[in-house]
Design a protein around this ligand. Sequence first.
Ligand SMILES: [Zn+2]
Length: 364
Amino acid sequence: MTLRIEVAATSGAARVGTVTTPRGSFTTPCFMPVGTRGTVRSLAAPDLEELGAEVVLANAFHLLLRPGADAVAALGGLHRFSGWRGHLLTDSGGYQVFSLRPKIDDDGVTFRSPYDGTATRLTPESVVALQGTLGSDLAMVLDVCPPLPSPPAVLRAAVERTLAWADRSLRAPRKDGQALLGIVQGGTDLPLRAESATRTVELGFDGYAVGGLSVGESRPAMLESLAATIDVLPVDRVRYLMGVGDPVGLVEAIALGVDLFDCVLPTRFARHGHVLTSEGRLALRNARFATDAGPLDPACACPTCSRWSRGFLRHLLLVGEPTGRRLVSVHNVSSTLDLVRRARAAVVDGTLSSLRSEVAAVHR
Ligand SMILES: [Zn+2]
């Protein structure tokens, strides 16, 4: 098997495990920082190593547009290209394509490049081949991700097309040792979610992603849909919740049994001066931090908190120094990875419910 999970501890539905691939292994639950274009914005591979990241997400769709999959392959594949030695997961880009109002038919999807307007075609088979050329460790199928809310007929059509494409993706030639994950859709319609999950599992993937959530629905609706999906997923396969990485979302989804997460939130927050701390979210541009000599988070041991003050970092952000965004990104990514490490320890110790209460109290 190309993707094996061994569960080491459980607490209710929550679980801690080790995932093994031909490249090596990583621990779950696992937060994957998002490196859409081959790098996590304003960070470099050594930063992520120092922070203890084990898996990074890259976006096959964006890399196809620029610099092109062949250019990445000519430079030794995505690992050598990006300098990242850990595991890489590539997202198929289904979600991004659908934000470009593409033409969808049974065979695939056609869209105009947001860079130069060139018409580009993706099919389930071409997306598997693309990720093989890039050389990621974990690949995703091309799915149909409708916006929420959508009428029932649109959600149903997205589920049917995603299933048909999932079946074709499994039959497509695939790079040796690359795992392929199916994606469950169904919006927030619980029976449709369960049906999508059941039929995706019947096709038989290395792991299963929960897609089409965290797109504007309420958190209770997101968690209900997630629970309805996980109920159906096999315990011996990796479960990946796409696009969730806020503190409350992370611990609540871990409690439901999710293994893998990705989200742009830590780096996007950093660019806007929002800092994730153990005492809640802090707006660093606020004037009250102008002469604050303390670290971003007194409970954090990251390189930024070990050396620089809130006042200095606020100054960098206000004058537009790129270093400011970079140092706050280091902290926010570190803070997110640290929370997931604490959640893993809490699953082992049986203290996850107190961690959930703590996180809910400071992060709303
Ligand atoms: Zn820090």
